[in-house]
Write a protein that binds this ligand. Structure first.
Ligand code: SF4
Length: 235
């Protein structure tokens, strides 16, 4: 597994961004998150060592743009080169997530066709409104590997009609002192929809405030993923 952040910074875009970890981290370090800047790692996938071998080894999964949104407007002039690098590195698999899926078709390269075999796109949603808007677009896009990320999930949602070509649905809560709670019933409801459609499902993390069987729990950061794993409901 490798990280590739060709640029950093982002603007809050919808309800799910309220406690964005990038904004929170930058605030502590006095960095302006709303300034989108290229990083020194822009060419990471094609960088080579002294032996002329790629530094990112063949077969790795590369998490792309986890300190921004890959489809953010300010990066429109930079993205083309990123797609070229992804094409060149067809021996590794790239994954990026976005809350701006409506921009996708206008910002893919000419040779995209039905998608690159080595790219997974994750469409992030947080409530029924964003699910209906973003997934109705996402479901029509030419992408070889599609995931839906329901994180932070803020209410019960029905996404069954959008699951036909989805490989994986991830569900998680929100992490913050003022976080909105995650109700386990909402998690199980999405899981049931995935079961009906034979779509892989992963409960990735509880929220700081987690409701199960009518009881309220407050979890610390270390417990968020471990408690979700303990539920043992992935498939
Ligand atoms: S789109 Fe993602 S990275 Fe950008 S502000 Fe929202 S949560 Fe943060």
């Amino acid at each position: 597994m490798a990280m590739w952040n060709p640029w950093r910074g982002c603007h809050k875009h919808s309800e799910g961004c309220k406690f964005c970890y990038i904004h929170k981290g930058d605030f502590k370090r006095n960095i302006d998150t709303n300034k989108i800047v290229k990083t020194n790692n822009f060419y990471a996938p094609i960088e080579k060592n002294k032996k002329e071998e790629y530094k990112i080894k063949s077969g790795q999964t590369v998490y792309l743009c986890f300190s921004s949104d890959f489809l953010i407007e300010e990066a429109d002039d930079w993205r083309k080169e990123c797609f070229q690098m992804m094409k060149e590195r067809s021996d590794v698999h790239f994954i990026f997530l976005t809350k701006r899926i409506e921009r996708f078709m206008d910002h893919i390269p000419n040779n995209w066709d039905n998608g690159y075999d080595n790219v997974t796109v994750g469409c992030t949603i947080e409530n029924q409104a964003t699910a209906d808007y973003r997934l109705s677009i996402f479901s029509k896009l030419p992408i070889k590997h599609k995931n839906i990320i329901c994180q932070p999930l803020l209410e019960e949602i029905n996404i069954e009609k959008f699951l036909d070509d989805i490989e994986l649905v991830v569900v998680g809560g929100e992490s913050d002192y003022n976080a909105r709670p995650l109700n386990y019933d909402w998690v199980l409801s999405v899981r049931e929809q995935c079961k009906i459609k034979s779509t892989h499902f992963e409960f990735r993390q509880c929220g700081t405030y987690f409701i199960k069987d009518g009881k309220n729990y407050t979890l610390n950061v270390r417990q968020l993923c471990s408690q979700a794993r303990k539920a043992n409901i992935d498939f």
